[in-house]
Design a protein around this ligand. Structure first.
Ligand SMILES: O=C(O)CCC(=O)C(=O)O
Ligand SMILES: [Fe+2]
Length: 297
């Protein structure tokens, strides 16, 4: 048996369905290898993201929220080493342009961001469809579900080694594609025994995390992986996250195929927006808010 986070070769389907299914059930996360996003685009994007995050505070704060928590997040009491810029609805060219304009992005930076957004959007859709197929559902489309995009910077210094970069949490949406820092570690995922496992950097790959909506949609079969970032080294760490959230208006509920007398419906149907509000208002950030969505019958 493979130790640590499983790796899925995205070009090897149907061969990898069983492994993908187990990764979703046991880990709630996996590495994607052999994808079609060019390595050069990944490193150009990393450089663009770094320069945007290095902009003065006065400019970064122009990146305002579209939905709660989607814009600039300054270092806070809870996560003092962490800051992020964000964009709601990465699949919308207008939203991408608006984000670039807020931050005075150069023509080159815009081009890199547009190409990356397009490549990642295709990859997100491909992975979500393959996850559904791994459960025997072959006509699911996630095309209409919006994506939130977030670029993260960790201001690690010699004094902060050993402290927290980002607190333990689950992602609230369906799935996240993460381009983690290819040099600086610190990301840890919780395994099925409750221990934190370091996710070591692996150039040219992406990490996929399943979020709370994946647990709702799969009627509890898939794991919403708990994760955190720890400061291990005195150097800046940068990561790029794309969150496939949930449908804009319709409720998320498990397909009938996942519900039977042995596995009755666990969650009441809920819109992603209502679930996000519930997480914000209860401040339950590590998946505990799912307990408040339990089906009544
Ligand atoms: O920076 C990382 O590697 C993880 C970031 C993360 O968990 C998030 O943005 O939700
Ligand atoms: Fe996360």
């Amino acid at each position: 048996m493979e130790r640590g986070v499983p790796a899925i070769d995205i070009q090897d389907f149907p061969g990898q369905y069983q492994k993908l299914r187990e990764a979703c059930e046991v880990w709630g996360c996996f590495r994607i290898v052999n994808h079609k996003v060019p390595l050069e685009l990944m490193s150009e994007m990393k450089a663009v993201v770094r320069s945007l995050l290095d902009l003065p505070f006065e400019i970064k704060k122009r990146n305002t929220d579209v939905i709660a928590g989607s814009g600039y997040m300054a270092p806070s009491e809870k996560n003092p080493l962490y800051e992020a810029l964000g964009l709601y609805d990465m699949g919308s060219p207008q939203a991408v342009q608006a984000f670039c304009s807020q931050l005075d992005a150069s023509p080159h930076q815009r081009e890199v961001i547009e190409n990356y957004a397009q490549g990642i959007h295709e990859l997100v859709m491909d992975i979500a469809a393959k996850m559904a197929e791994s459960m025997g559902l072959d006509s699911e489309s996630f095309m209409e579900w919006p994506c939130q995009f977030r670029i993260n910077k960790y201001n690690f210094t010699p004094e902060t080694v050993g402290s927290s970069g980002v607190q333990i949490h689950t992602d609230s949406g369906f799935l996240t594609i993460l381009q983690d820092d290819e040099n600086v570690g610190g990301l840890e995922v919780m395994d099925s025994s409750g221990s934190f496992i370091p996710v070591d950097p692996w150039t040219g790959t992406f990490l996929v995390n399943l979020g709370d909506m994946a647990t709702v949609w799969s009627n509890g079969r898939w794991c919403n992986v708990r994760h955190r970032v720890q400061c291990k080294e005195a150097t800046i760490r940068v990561s790029i996250a794309t969150f496939l959230l949930g449908p804009k208006e319709e409720v998320v509920e498990a397909p009938q195929k996942f519900v039977d007398s042995e596995k009755p419906r666990l969650f009441a149907p809920i819109t992603y927006e209502d679930y996000r509000k519930l997480r914000f208002s209860t401040k339950l950030q590590a998946g505990e808010a799912l307990a408040l969505v339990h089906a009544t019958s």
